[in-house]
Design a protein around this ligand. Sequence first.
Ligand code: PPY
Length: 367
Amino acid sequence: MALECVAVLGWGDSGSRASGLVFNGVRNSNRTPRKCVCRGGFSGLSGDSVIKSADNQNTGKSSNVNDVPGKLCKDLISLPKPLTVADFTVTPNDGTKVRISFKGLPGSFSEDAALKAYPKCETVPCDEFEDTFKAVELWLADKAVLPIENSSSGSIHRNYDLLLRHRLHIVGEVQLAANFCLLALPGIKADQLKRVLSHPQALASSDIVLTQLGVARENVDDTASAAQYVASNGLRDAGAVASARAAEIYGLNILADRIQDEPDNITRFLVLARDPIIPRTDKLFKTSIVFTLDEGPGVLFKALAVFALREINLTKIESRPQRKRPLRVVDDSNTGTAKYFDYLFYIDFEASMADPRAQNALGHLQV
Ligand SMILES: O=C(O)C(=O)Cc1ccccc1
C-alpha cells in the first residue's frame, strides 16, 4: 500500500485512568516508500504491587509477591530488585511530587484532568498548549496533560498538530466530565449579569442557560482565567462559566451548577512524557498512528482493512491537512490541473505494539 507512516503512538487502557503511549523511533524502514516514525506504549500508572522480572515481562506473565512461597519471597526481597519499567520513567518514588504541566490557570478543567490522573501531583500552569510541551522538554515538568477531543465540540485540532511538532510520547489518557457552573462575585444575582466570560467551549456548551439569561458572551483563554478576571477586577455585571473549584480558589459564588446543555460533556485528555513506556499485551492498550496515503480510489479503505482483517478495533480517526505539502497537483487533461489537499490520517486502535496482530497490521499497511 503506498503510504507514508509518520508516527505510531501506543498507550494504555482506555478507561478513565491515565494510560500510556511509547515511541519506538523506527524511521525509514526499508519496506516503507517514504519516512516512517514508530511510537508505541502501555499504561504505567496503576501503581500495583506486582514485581516483574525481565523474563516474565517478555512473556507477559507476572508474579505477585503474595503468590511466592514464604522463603523464596524473603530471598527475593533481600536480593536487588530487577529493573522494571518504573526505573525508566520519571515518576519519583522519593516522596517528591510528580509535576504535571497543563494549559490554563489553577482551577481550570485541564488541571482537574491532571489531578484525576495523578491525585498527588504538583500542577504546573502554562500560558499556551505549546508551553505544556516545552515544560516537559525542559524538565520543568515530568508530564503534560493535553485536551484532544470533546464529546460535543469534537477534536482539538491544534493539539493534533502539536503532537507531531514535538518529540513527547503519549503515555496515557484521562476522560473528564466537565461540570460547568455560573460564577459571580458574592452578593451578585444572575439577573444583574450583562456578560459572561469563559473558554469558548464552555460558553458553547452552556448555550441554553446563557441564552435564557440574555447575556453577552466573551471568550477568554480558559475557564479559570474567566473566574480570576471577574474576581480580581471586582466586576459586578460579569459572570464566569468555570468549575466549582475555580469558585473556591478565586472567591466567587456559584449561582448555578451543571449548566451544560448535555449532562455528560466529556473531554478526553492525553498524558505526554519525555520517555516512552514499553508495550505489553497483559493490559488493554491503545496505539495511535499517523500516516499519509498516495492518491487513488479506495486507498483509505484499504489502509483501514489491515486492522479489520485482524479484528483490531479502531477507536478514533482524524485527518489534518499536511501543512508542509498542502496541495497535491494532479494533471487532468480534460480540465487542466486539479489540486487536492494532502492529508495526514491519525488513527487510534485497541492493541499494543507488543501484539503480533498490531505488528502485522502495520507491516501490511506499509507494503
Ligand atoms: O478552560 C479550561 O478550564 C480548560 O481546561 C479547557 C476546557 C474547557 C472546557 C472543557 C474542558 C476543558
